[in-house]
Write a protein that binds this ligand. Structure first.
Ligand SMILES: [Zn+2]
Length: 248
């Protein structure tokens, strides 16, 4: 059983992740905050296990998809494991997880409040390219609409380098606080904000004033009720960003 730092993992994972499996395991574990089995916090020095669920499927055109669901447990709670299932079509039980945040960006007039929408897909969905490489579905779709890969997890640098994405991508917000992202008119993610809550109201106000928001997305973003951790995504090369205009 291979162990990378303090994390044990199932050796079969290497068939999917290749040479970089150890680094992948370490990065996924580094952003884990709680044990998926007992719910207690995981600490850096504890012995941990990586559990991976892979669902394989193919769409009508023969493109092979693999959905990766990963979780981290204390080794005392659960041994490392890998399960592989086959689905009839492309995996369809995908959900998006998101959060809104406001970043302070210094400019000539002082500190500007930049509204940010972060979201990711769960489980992580990849497809197999003709050469056998696994490629992220979410990252490829977003890059084809003008998003850019970001290797830095530094928010100030991200704000400086963010570019506008194609006009095929837009963000809408209703008076009731439903914020939605669209690509070619199709909703790809939405979040319910509360216009009566101060933080959410400030976000909605900033989005209206700026006319655009910064969208941060990609695989292995760790989004919880307490915040967003983009470190693993940046280091795995699956972090993308772009400015999306807010339709009026
Ligand atoms: Zn545990």
């Amino acid at each position: 059983m291979p162990v990378t730092r303090n994390v044990a993992w199932d050796g079969r994972l290497e068939a999917f992740k290749g040479r970089d499996t150890g680094e992948f395991v370490a990065l996924v574990a580094a952003v884990a905050s709680a044990c998926a089995e007992c719910g207690l916090p995981v600490r850096p020095e504890e012995q941990l296990s990586l559990i991976v669920d892979i669902t394989e499927g193919a769409d009508g055109g023969g493109i092979e998809f693999l959905a990766f669901d990963t979780c981290i447990c204390h080794r005392r709670c659960r041994e490392p494991d890998l399960t592989l299932r086959t689905a009839a079509g492309a995996p369809d039980e995908l959900k998006t997880i998101g959060a809104r945040l406001i970043l302070g960006h210094p400019d000539r007039s002082g500190i500007r409040a930049v509204p940010v929408l972060a979201y990711t897909l769960a489980p992580v969905l990849t497809f197999r390219e003709p050469g056998g490489e696994l490629t992220s579905v979410l990252v490829s779709v977003l890059i084809s609409h003008g998003f850019r890969l970001t290797m830095s997890s530094d928010y100030a640098e991200m704000l400086r380098h963010a570019r506008d994405v194609h006009t095929s991508v837009s963000c809408t917000a209703t008076e009731e606080g439903r914020v939605s992202l669209h690509i070619n008119g199709e909703r790809i993610h939405s979040q319910q904000l509360d216009p009566a809550a101060a933080g959410d109201a400030a976000w909605l106000e900033a989005a209206g004033r700026e006319g655009k928001i910064l969208v941060i997305s990609g695989d292995y973003l760790k989004i919880t009720s307490t915040g967003v951790n983009i470190d693993a995504a940046a280091r795995l090369g699956t972090l993308v960003t772009g400015n999306v205009s807010t339709a009026t």
